[in-house]
Design a protein around this ligand. Sequence first.
Ligand code: SF4
Length: 97
Amino acid sequence: MMPGALAHDWRALNNLIDHYGQRQPIPCRDGYIEPSRTWTSEKSAERDAAAEACGDCPALTQCRDYGITHPEESGVYGGLTDIQRRNPSHNRVKEGQ
Ligand code: SF4
């Protein structure tokens, strides 16, 4: 079970993604890359492809904020892999997106 703050933030992010998803596709939900589990793949090349696909997501900024706030989560959030989210120097490289 998720800790309280994590669960709260996760629900808020999912509600936002649901909202945006009514108007346009969400890459990790709508089949940009098959299978969608590439966002949590063990293979770095697949995670990199997922991170690239996040660039088309309307929830990119909020999802990235969630992923940086919760580095314990695994996988890609907001165009950043878990390694990038846990390392501030990697975050700076992606800030221009
Ligand atoms: S930014 Fe990426 S991981 Fe986050 S909701 Fe969008 S597609 Fe999914």
